[in-house]
Design a protein around this ligand. Sequence first.
Ligand code: ADP
Ligand code: 5GP
Length: 199
Amino acid sequence: MREERKGMLIVISGPSGTGKGTICKKLLDDDPSLTFSVSVTTRGPRDGEIDGVHYFFLTEDKYDELLSQDAFLEHATVHGHRYGTLKFQVQEIMDQGKNVVLDIDPQGAKEVMRQRPDCVSIFILPPSYSELRVRLHTRNTDDPAEIERRLGNAKGEIDQMHLYQYAVVNDNLELAFNQVTSIITAEKQRTTRYFPVVE
Ligand code: ADP
Ligand code: 5GP
């Protein structure tokens, strides 16, 4: 029995603090067929973040240069900083027959869904706005004003959930992770991506 697979593009999006990064990390640890697309950003690295692993940390000038070269599959200004997904990164991974995971904000997700309608789009929701506030505070990466800004954006982002193929509420992390895993497992078997050859 032979089989061939075409790589798929998985977009994980949702408001800040819903657990996208947490879920993506678990997915990548769990499934070797998945590769994370490392984005570029103009924000500075946080403690423990490594250039080329978590992000490519760029100057504003270098980011502008990439913009002028049309290097981005999508790009957006998110909470005051610029972020982008490099076209060549995504293509390189997919050319190897692997599945690419994007952890991007809803503006970028909309652009990817427009350009790549074959992508798998998953929207991660918080169980409530109050829990989202708690998570943003607990994560301890943003000051209170920034947290309020992110919470303010969350409502409008959640209103656009219908644009995505799948919605997952991240209340219990294990349950949310299992739901995302189930979606990916099923999507791998689509006949547009999976080609078993019966001999
Ligand atoms: P995002 O990437 O969407 O901004 P994170 O993955 O950074 O969100 O998660 C925000 C915070 O919430 C982190 O401190 C994370 O550990 C925590 N978190 C994630 N999922 C859950 C969950 N199901 N229950 C409680 N806390 C969670
Ligand atoms: P953080 O600065 O907390 O790592 O990320 C802030 C937000 O930017 C998150 O919602 C994250 O999903 C989003 N983000 C990260 N990389 C990209 C990207 O390449 N494109 C877009 N549009 N958003 C991104």
